[in-house]
Design a protein around this ligand. Structure first.
Ligand SMILES: O=C(O)CCC(=O)C(=O)O
Ligand SMILES: [Fe+2]
Length: 279
């Protein structure tokens, strides 16, 4: 099997059926071409797995996976995560259809890791793009680099610090009485790569406070970490096309779904892979 590692986006001309890995920015993301995900060998899967760990998120263009193909590819990465709060597709309890509920109900238009209110948040999220409007881009940031670019003094101070993460926005959307929440370390170690990543979310509803601190005491530091994490030099912004399959690692990236498409249709299918307790 030949694997071509491209050095920059401009090199990414269609190649004759070889699996190729092209970085999308200098900080995060890679595009994989030359494969059809519905039909990959174990050897190709291992190359894709390594590229995923090296780049934190992957883009596969022109896949047009059926629901069964999406599920079969996802199953290679671990156990499905089923989210009791959300309405799933009939006959496919692991596939969550994402559609335009309107900007005022868009719970994902902020930088976040998925489902941090859970004790064991999902490890991986995969979206299959089915009907994409003009706009509706999604952005990802690299939380390894966010951690590594903090000053050594602040890195030391953050060891062992935990933050409260809540599902307040989702609870409001689904009319739940009880808001789910969990405490997680703000510096977590990725269980597979062993690298440390800054684990935070939007100060306020999503991350109300640091452990043993009031909200007022916590906010300046939480705001600093949020701004630091989302610096433009550590971000990839994806312009979706129908047929894309995009997957990201929820242990080392945050993402932000831009709602700039008004009432237009935007449909994606989402499958998540279970993760473990951040530590
Ligand atoms: O709609 C998107 O592009 C991403 C939504 C999101 O945050 C998610 O699926 O976890
Ligand atoms: Fe998300």
């Amino acid at each position: 099997m030949t694997v071509v590692i491209k050095t920059k986006v401009a090199d990414a001309a269609p190649s004759g059926g070889e699996l190729s890995i092209t970085p999308l920015t200098g900080a995060i993301g890679a595009a994989i071409s030359g494969v059809r995900l519905a039909d990959i060998s174990e050897q190709q899967f291992q190359v894709i797995r390594q590229a995923f760990h090296d780049n934190c998120m992957l883009v596969f263009r022109d896949q047009f996976l059926t629901i069964d193909e999406h599920i079969a590819f996802a199953a290679r990465w671990g156990e499905f995560e089923i989210n009791a709060m959300s309405p799933y597709l009939d006959d496919y309890p692991m596939v969550l259809p994402l559609s335009n509920r309107g900007k005022d109900k868009a719970v994902t238009e902020n930088w976040h890791y998925d489902s941090t209110f859970k004790a064991e948040p999902p490890a991986i999220t995969m979206l299959s793009a089915r009907d994409i409007p003009v706009g509706g881009d999604t952005m990802w940031c690299n939380q390894y680099l966010a951690y590594e670019s903090l000053s050594p003094g602040l890195q030391t101070i953050l060891q062992g610090v935990r933050a409260e993460f809540t599902g307040a926005r989702l609870a409001k959307l689904y009319g739940l009485d009880k808001v789910p929440s969990s405490l997680h370390p703000v510096v977590r170690t990725h269980p597979e790569t062993g690298r440390k990543a800054l684990y935070i979310g939007k100060p306020g509803d999503t991350v109300p406070r640091l452990e043993n601190m009031t909200s007022a005491d916590s906010q300046p530091l939480l705001r600093h970490l949020y701004e630091h994490s989302t610096s433009p030099d550590r971000i990839y912004r994806h312009q979706w096309r129908n047929g894309d399959l995009v997957m990201w690692d929820n242990r080392c990236t945050m993402h932000y779904a831009v709602h700039d498409y008004g009432d237009a249709t935007r449909e994606l299918h989402r499958v998540t892979i279970a993760g473990d307790r951040p530590r």
